[in-house]
Design a protein around this ligand. Structure first.
Ligand code: C2O
Ligand code: CU
Ligand code: CU
Length: 500
């Protein structure tokens, strides 16, 4: 069932002399100074950045009135068994029918048939084993995004579970509390598999986080924001586009632009951009700020007040919103100021119930020790660019991903600086597997407060260079790093490193 890259290239007319659809601007070298409007703040959507018509070529989805359905909360998966050291889970990856658009059914590929998948709650220092049974008609690979795991547990693109097979993924959770997610990572097919529904939350908690007076329990809510395009019959309309596929319908936890009834108090929202290619710029319709408390790698050293937050694919923002001073019946929309029309609104908060609030946001969160550049023995350069004359436009250091090539041989225990440069006209959210990193600098300047602490995905805007510092601890194996715009990843903006 596996489509080879060669077949894929052929399918999209990229072999045999057919020309690649290159959007305006085409190739960039480091000097052509193309206008990157909005890109400096990451605020431009892909369609804008590419100068495309924003869906004019693709048919529009059936129109849905926003805020008609309540926010679904994906269920917490119960372990099938636990022992002194480990919680054991079982998930069946399968096709299922679900209702997303009113009156219509959508076929999804889901973990336990759910879109998004069930949430796994893990604890720092306690092992989790997930048996993933593949009841789908294609080979799949499950990656724990943000997980610090041995190479053979990482869901390498070539480490496919065949249809009908299973794999036991062992996750040590030897890492601090953080909002991870798990998703498909199959060679050449990740974008389509994730679009069909193969993604879910994996939240790691720990004692330190528990000790903070942050909102908890039903006031602590995970939100997966995704965009999809639908056919008139309710099925997903996925047409591969090497520039990235954007939908025209915004979903949160699998529901179209839901509403959520809130009490007059603080809430914690763990927000994931789980979209293939669309970036969101989040802002509240009443102008109220978010208190950002965390990102990919867990809690920030200190909260950051932000009225707008841009998330590229795979990026997360852990935020507190205080509804405490609002009148009952107030409605606040979580807007996407990078969107327009049907993509400009994400969900609505309806203030419904007066309560008192004992939660607070402490002025310091998780302390961390910044790594210094002098600790690194090795510096590597990776240039993310558009390729003019190859079979696919997205390359790292001029290369398409090749599972048989190791791009960096890393010594276990070493500290390295990776200098990530974007020499193309669209942002690339660069994700590195295996270990969390710290951002050393962005174009030579210290990172903004919301990029401090530990991360594993960082957006490199056009013509930017971001330096990150990594310590390769604990595990060996072959891991990938890539742009997390999933069509860029499949179309080969990916490399791999071997830790030994
Ligand atoms: Cu979220 Cu390599 O993936
Ligand atoms: Cu990952
Ligand atoms: Cu990219």
């Amino acid at each position: 069932m596996k489509i080879t890259r060669r077949e894929l290239l052929k399918q999209f007319g990229m072999l045999g002399g057919a020309s690649i659809l290159l959007p305006l601007g085409g190739c960039l070298d480091g000097t052509s100074g193309i206008a990157s409007s909005g890109a400096g703040t990451g605020g431009s959507s892909l369609a804008t950045a590419m100068g495309m018509g924003g869906g004019s070529a693709a048919p529009s989805s059936p129109v849905v009135t926003p805020f008609q359905v309540p926010l679904p909360i994906p269920p917490i998966l119960a372990p099938v068994r636990t022992d002194a050291t480990t919680d054991y889970y079982e998930i069946s990856m399968r096709e299922a029918q679900t209702s997303i658009l009113p009156g219509l059914q959508t076929t999804v590929w889901g973990y336990n048939g759910m879109f998004p998948g069930p949430t796994i709650k893990a604890r720092s220092g306690r092992q989790v084993v997930v048996r993933q049974l593949n009841n789908l008609p294609a080979g799949v690979s499950v990656h724990l995004h943000g997980g610090h795991v041995p190479g053979d547990m990482d869901g390498h693109p070539m480490d496919l579970i065949p249809s009908g097979g299973f794999k036991d993924y062992v996750y040590p959770n030897n890492q601090i509390a953080a909002n991870l997610w798990y998703h498909d990572h199959a060679m050449d097919a990740t974008a389509e598999h994730v679009y069909k529904g193969l993604a879910g939350f994996y939240l790691i908690g720990d004692g330190f986080e528990d000790s903070l007076p942050l909102p908890k329990d039903q006031y602590d809510v995970a939100l997966a924001i995704q965009d999809r395009r639908f056919n008139a019959d309710g099925s997903f309309n996925y047409v591969f586009d090497v520039n990235g596929v954007e939908g025209d319908t915004i979903l949160v936890n699998g529901a179209v632009q839901p509403y959520f009834r809130v009490d007059t108090r603080r809430y914690r929202f763990r927000i994931l951009n789980g979209s293939n290619a669309r970036a969101y710029t989040l802002a509240l319709s009443n102008g109220q700020p978010f208190i950002q408390i965390g990102h990919e790698g867990g809690l920030l050293p200190a909260p950051v007040i932000r009225t707008s937050i841009t998330l590229q694919p795979a990026e997360r923002a852990d935020v507190v919103i205080d509804f405490g001073s609002l009148a009952l019946d107030t409605q606040i929309v979580l807007n996407n100021t990078a969107g327009s029309g049907s993509t400009a609104q994400i969900m609505r908060f309806d203030v419904s119930n007066r309560v008192s609030d004992t939660s607070t946001v402490p002025s310091t969160l998780r302390p961390y020790t910044p790594l210094s550049a002098s600790q690194a023995a090795v510096t590597r350069q990776f240039v993310f660019s558009r390729n003019m004359n190859g079979t696919s436009p997205w390359v790292i250091n001029g290369n398409l991903y090749d599972p048989n090539r190791v791009d960096a041989s890393v010594r276990l225990g070493s500290t390295e600086i990776w200098e990530l440069s974007n020499r193309s006209n669209m942002p690339h959210p660069v994700h590195i597997h295996d270990v969390m990193f710290q951002v050393l600098d962005r174009n030579g300047n210290p990172p903004p407060a919301h990029e401090r602490g530990w991360k594993e995905t960082v957006t490199i805007n056009p013509m930017e260079t971001v330096r990150v510092i990594l310590q390769f601890t604990d595990y060996t194996g072959v891991y990938v790093f890539h742009c997390h715009i999933l069509e860029h990843e499949d179309f080969a903006m990916m490399g791999q490193f071997q830790v030994s």
